[in-house]
Design a protein around this ligand. Structure first.
Ligand code: GLA
Length: 712
């Protein structure tokens, strides 16, 4: 069994003299570490030459960890092949879009479609599995590492052949590919399978549906690598669960498709501590991971104790943030908190990435916080296995996101940003949310938000209508249903099959925030002033360009108090039967005066809302507040306290104060499992969790950047 709540990190003892292992283990025990990921980047050490293996050091590490009661998440080491592999077999090295073969000396230099890479990777996996199958420390397999992080595609001949096969499997005939890709345009029609190649460098805009299929293929090629390793492990070590670490909603792997083959979902997350919205990021990813596992606990497999080293400027976590964000992940469904990495490296590309044991050693704030978190996690272990019950869900679909990103126009709005902004509204309002794939059962949710589903199928439109029929509130955001299931433009009005449910037809898009390209203005490339000169420019000065404003006010149409601003995007809506206009966007032109922007249409027992713009925080907040009130969904806390995120998991309530001032949370009943002491000013952590107190309708002070956890 994997310990719950697991605490630990990537342990890379091969970077250090062997004598350090005993010291490491003593420190791990001091910190309460009970799970470490070993060997993520040790292929070159484990197999220094073809056919030559050195497991001696790993045997010792596994034995010692087990003797200390520390479980091992053993990595298959295949994420970074040794130099000899690329040297002997250049075909294992990926080729980039420009035809350049990427070299070794960094990491992840493998071509996902290389048969040689896979063969050699499986030799490594088999050798590890055979050697450690019966080792009592082995509790989980960590397959590869962050698939696709640096290399998610390769443009070599082997990948081309694999892509052709993938297309044959998906479409059966060349004609069908031609139809879906729309190859009559620009004379792209294919006549034979042999003509299909990966979309490497080309003169100009690429065929969008070709690109989306390429994205699907690349995700599948990586998934095939994962599955091949898993098959060996399942055969040799049945009962030992496997994981591979996701990176949130990382663009190049379709998390929903992968999740089905992952025993324990795990995630790596590195929000930027300099961003006041960083906790939203952790919340978003945690909710996504929990949802990928169908509600089961996940493991936060990587985060860091303080700063990363790969940003231009690397903010440190402020005192308390490491523990606070860790408890946040637990609150949202993590049964394990692990970091990259145990001991901060003394050499190599990540020397300045923080670790649990920093360069400065034990006499450091980082170490004190590492020990403090170990203790905090053990105080809240009662939450392990608990479920977060959400009544609201957000639809997220990687394939639609690919289609939107690959579409050339109508606007460069990143679908993930839109999804995150709606999630942020729920985060800020204290409402739990799950994520859903369009094929999932919508039945259990009172509120379903579709932030922006560019490519929409009739099946999903029907499912949404059915959910509304049965009482759900359905909120659909702009840029939904631009494409049909084939990836072709939705004819007859965007939203297509959703139009009857919403009572809205999108006749046209009307982006705002549009300014002329400098090159289109005049020689010199810059406007010579805000106004044109009526005397010297008598023609142009009378032309209005109303779309240049990046945002326009949203005005309540019925005095309902909804407000905010529309940012960058508005649509020309035709209101159909049954829909009422709640909010209008007023432009400073006569083109779309008082145009409907937010609508509401009762349907069956439920209600369908359409938001034909990209609202700002207030706009989203007002809409969601109105919808929540109608749907009867209430926040975790009866009174929202500024700075405090409240999350209930099972019967445990987490109060997480992200703010810089202490917060008092009233009307609480339960037994305190953990009461974080205020962060000490002098670079060290003082105070012990004061658990055990019983509250009955009382209030509790949650210290700044700290947490209180209650058993309800
Ligand atoms: C990723 C990798 C780790 C490490 C960290 C650094 O998550 O999996 O090996 O490089 O990034 O942030």
């Amino acid at each position: 069994m994997i310990p719950a709540i697991a605490y630990g990190g990537d342990y890379n003892p091969e970077q250090w003299p062997s004598a350090k292992v005993d010291e490491d283990i003593a420190l791990m025990r001091e910190a309460g570490v009970n799970l470490v990921t070993v060997g993520v980047f040790s292929w070159a050490v484990l197999q220094p030459q073809p056919g030559v293996f050195d497991f001696g050091w790993l045997d010792i590490v596994m034995d010692k960890l087990h003797a200390a009661g520390i479980a091992v998440d053993l990595a298959t080491a295949t994420a970074s092949p040794p130099p000899w592999l690329g040297h002997l077999h250049p075909d294992t090295l990926p080729v980039n879009r420009d035809g350049v073969r990427l070299g070794y000396g960094s990491r992840q230099q493998f071509n996902p479609s290389s048969a040689t890479y896979l063969r050699e990777a499986l030799v490594m996996v088999r050798a590890l599995a055979e050697r450690y199958a019966k080792h009592p420390a082995l509790k989980m397999w960590h397959i590869n590492n962050e698939y696709g992080c640096h290399v998610h595609e390769s443009f070599d001949a082997e990948s081309a052949e694999a892509f052709r096969q993938w297309l044959k499997d998906r479409y059966t005939t060349v004609e069908e590919v031609n139809r879906v890709w729309g190859t009559r345009f620009w004379s792209q029609q294919y006549s034979d399978w042999a003509e299909f190649v990966p979309p490497a460098a080309m003169p100009t805009l690429a065929n969008p549906n070709m690109m989306t299929d390429w994205n699907r293929f690349c995700s599948d090629a990586l998934l095939a690598c994962y599955k091949a390793e898993k098959a060996v492990l399942d055969e040799l070590t049945p009962g030992i669960p496997t994981t591979t670490n996701f990176m949130g909603a990382f663009a190049w792997v379709d998390g929903w498709k992968w999740a089905a083959d992952i025993d324990i979902i795990s995630n790596d997350s590195y929000p930027d501590p300099s961003d006041p919205r960083a906790a939203r990021e952790f919340a978003f990813e945690s909710d996504l991971m929990r949802s990928l596992g169908g509600g089961k606990p996940f493991i936060q497999l990587e985060q860091t104790t303080s700063a990363v080293q790969w940003r231009a400027r690397n903010a440190v976590k402020r005192p308390g943030q490491y523990k606070l964000w860790s408890l946040q992940a637990v609150a949202r469904g993590a049964d394990g908190i692990c970091q990259f990495q145990w001991r901060q490296s003394a050499s190599g590309a990540e020397t300045f990435h923080s670790g649990m044991v920093p360069h400065a050693g034990k006499a450091s704030r980082t170490w004190a916080e590492v020990v403090e978190l170990g203790s905090a996690l053990s105080s809240v272990s009662a939450v392990a296995g608990g479920r977060v019950e959400a009544q609201a869900a957000i639809v997220w679909d990687w394939e639609s996101a690919w289609a939107q990103r690959n579409a050339i126009g109508p606007v460069e709005i990143e679908p993930l940003t839109i999804a995150k902004s709606w999630h942020a509204t729920f985060f800020e309002s204290g409402i739990a949310t799950d994520f859903l794939h369009p094929d999932h059962d919508l039945g259990k949710y009172k509120l379903i938000v579709v932030p922006s589903l560019f490519q929409l199928s009739e099946t999903f439109a029907a499912a949404l209508a059915q959910a509304a029929e049965q009482g759900a509130h359905v909120v659909v955001g702009a840029l939904t249903g631009a494409l049909n299931a084939d990836g072709h433009a939705q004819l007859g009005g965007y939203l297509g099959p959703l139009a009857p449910l919403l009572g809205v037809r999108v006749v046209d898009y009307a982006p705002i925030g549009v300014t002329p390209q400098p090159t289109e203005i005049e020689a010199g490339g810059a406007l010579d002033g805000p106004d044109l000169d009526a005397v010297y420019e008598p023609i142009s000065s009378l032309v209005k360009t109303p779309a240049t404003r990046a945002s326009v006010p949203l005005v309540a149409a019925d005095g309902s108090g909804l407000g905010g601003n529309a940012i960058g995007w508005v649509e020309e809506l035709e209101i159909l039967d049954g829909a009422g206009v709640l909010v209008k966007a007023t432009f400073d032109s006569l083109d779309l005066p008082g145009a409907p922007a937010v609508t509401r249409r009762p349907h069956g027992q439920g209600v369908a809302w359409y938001v034909g713009t990209n609202p700002d925080a207030r706009g989203r907040g007002d809409i969601i507040t109105a919808v929540l009130a109608e749907a009867g969904i209430t926040a975790v806390l009866p009174v929202q306290v500024p700075g405090v995120e409240a999350v209930q998991r099972g019967s445990v309530l987490f109060l997480l104060n992200h703010g810089d001032v202490d917060a008092v949370v009233p009307q609480l009943s339960g037994t305190i499992l953990y009461h974080g002491a205020p962060p000490a000013p002098a670079g060290q952590v003082t105070g012990q969790p004061a658990g055990g107190a019983v509250l009955s309708g009382g209030s509790v002070t949650v210290a700044a950047r700290n947490a209180v956890v209650l058993q309800l």
